[in-house]
Design a protein around this ligand. Sequence first.
Ligand code: SF4
Length: 909
Amino acid sequence: MAGVRTTCPYCGVGCGVVAQADGRIAGDRDHPANFGRLCSKGAALGRTLGHEGRLTTPRLHGTAIGWDAALDHAAARFAETIAAHGPDSVAFYVSGQFLTEDYYVANKLMKGFIGSANIDTNSRLCMASTVAGHVRAFGEDVVPGLYADWEQADLVVLVGSNTAWCHPVLYQRLVAARAERGTRIVVLDPRRTATSEAADLHLPLAADSDVALFNFLLAHLAAEGQLDQAWLARHASGAEAALAAAGPADLDATAAICGIDPEALLTFADWFARTGRVLTVFSQGVNQSAIGTDKVNAILNCHLATGRIGRPGMGPFSVTGQPNAMGGREVGGLANQLAAHMRFDDADQRAALRNFWRAPRLPARPGLKAVELFEAMLDGRVRAVWIAATNPAASMPRAGRVRAALEACPFVVAADCWETDTTRRAHLVLPAAGWGEKDGTVTNSERRISRQRRFRDPPGEARADWWMFAALGRRMGWADAFAWPNAAAVFREHAALSGTQNDGRRLFDISGLAGLSDEEFDRLAPTLWPAPAGTAGERLFAAGGFATPDGRARLVPTPWRGAPAGEGPTLLPNPAPLPNLTVLLNTGRVRDQWHTMTRTGRIAALLAHVAEPRIAVNPADAAAIGLAEEGLAQVQTAHGAIILRTELRHAQRRGEIFAPMHWSDDFLSEGPVARLVRAHADPHSGQPALKSTPARLAPVAAGLHGLLLTQAAIAVPPPWHWVRQTLEAGHAHRLAWLGRAPRADALADLAARLLPAGEGLEWLEMTDPARHVLRLAALRDGVLEACLFLAADPAAVPEIAVMAPSLGERVDRALLLAGRPASAADDEGPRICACFGVGLKAVRHAVVTERLASVAQIGARLRAGTNCGSCLPELAQVLRDLGAGGASDGDASAGPPPAAGVPALATSA
Ligand code: SF4
């Protein structure tokens, strides 16, 4: 269809999208990242375009003001603070959601003109360890390979990456290639996830044991004579030291450290040794660790030692979580980087940058990294901060401490599209233009620069972030340096800088794009870097050419020193005399949500897959403390406590639990799980260890359970524990009254505090005091406006999915009060297929009654899995659970290799 070609704003795959102003979305068949595919999040982008709830005007202390007044105020407060306390007393905290142009302008202002390096980004939480590892090994932060390598490899090793859920389109490209060429897939992950569905081998290694595993692999490769000595002699240094640090290839000792089967480890090592085309993909499970940089280098060592890098189907491959983490790295968005991959520790590069910008001052040393930055706000070293396109009050580790830092800081600016946990704590709130409303570029995980194009107007007075920072710079006295008329002009300057005093010393060079006219920028096709004049990017490093003084890569010794203990084994006192267990808390993503849900949490279809955050617990651990499936449990760390419902998973290692990171104050009564997470950081990268916080797990008793559906948003009063779910026609709150049940005659009062009052409502009521049951419904002209189900027995409370279709509809009163669906079609259970709205119960019913035996047959019958493909692993699991496509071990994220007949992914319509 005709429309505007742009790029998906979610993950680092960077899929091309064709968008219509009316919100219709399709995958771009010509974009080399996705060739028309979109995952469930990308396919739902059109539903995020509504202006409801958007910030539309600047607000100072809650009062609307104009842009001039807002920016004058911000400039004055920043200037005053710098005059009184120096340039390091101010900071910017920005985002991998930024376009490269936003990043470039913010970085230029802070580092070149304010004269501090205190600009960091939420990408610090995502891939800073990869940046540090790349720089140590390659001399520069460079991803050597291309997405095509995923389809050309014979062995793909996925490390710490639930690719099926977090980078779905790349995963589907891999699965499709596997169907054609029989690619072997190995998953290294403490959890058995949806990604493991396609794996030939899953090694459930213990948290943070990756370094030991890859050191063993390096030693095994040497013992098997698989090192490429000729390549090493020409292109790399440090092999002997790395091998010495790796130690002997001790299979049993390594298997014991990793907590895995020695035979399985040996199988993996042999496959790696005997396969030329091997691609090692790594992500947050590697990066988000106190030893993340060593993990990265341990992986890179194996590829460098075998010369398997930069050729088709082989190499190490970092995938970024955010859409423009790569672009941020290119312009120096991290506090320890300069723009255009220039380095703080190179005086010539600092001088080149200062001259190019005509910068009055340029710091000689790195600034505060994310965790340090919020600590500095708390202790008064940073006294003015500008936070943009990110929600650290919900996403940073020790989020409670970050909230205290925001409240302690004398001046906080927050620019965003919607109100967030962070904007609520800002003095000055600025309305930002969002996806589809501004122009610029992003770079995806394979170094491909793509355009994000504007195809609709922003609401009210919302503006692009680069525009805000440029306006701030002009007001602070640097009018000439911040005078760009549009994003194209910013990009041209960024491209020209990349070629300045470069001479091939820095691989990031896009100076060939510096002369684009506005029209050419508008038409810019997806472009790989490096792109100096007359060239186009490709794979890198097959023949050396590393960005080190001698052009050789460095193998970095990564001795195994044990899993890092770090901060925080001390837990809060246990308030409940209940059995409890000490565990490691791992956090991460679910398939259909994004970050702190400011965008995806508004879309009912995306909450129908995973409707509430659950803690995954191994059944044996759960049995040890009396935790039941769907029971409530308290997770407590040194930093706080949270209550979540459980899901028992054999796929979860014993002693480790997993909780989703997304649910924020708007969706969960205790707020985000990030409040619990420790901030212990990798010493090289500053990336915090978000996946291994010591925690205590204990069951929690609830005396009363409930379900509340309302058309209008409401605030549930304490002491209810609640989880909110967005519905097509309103909101659902799943409720639990912690502790003893209130007296039966008190239920009516409790209900009155939950349900909306209103004139002209017809009330239906059903009670059963003996069972603490109360059911109330409010109708207007026969249409359901609100309903509440309370009961001591959770089984007497209907599921949200069963009742949600009745909200805003004419209802059968008897069925409603019975807590039954208005029609059989409304009782589908969790929504597996977000694209076509197919529920779990419908899939199971069709498999059983129609004897379906493959995901292809399910797709032909129900359409599930035939669009974005994000649900294919779950469909395969249903078949196994029902014995229709293989064996079953009875849990939704575990199982042997995949069901036969996984279809090639269909492109979106
Ligand atoms: Fe967007 Fe999904 Fe593509 Fe990621 S994989 S860029 S979320 S469509």
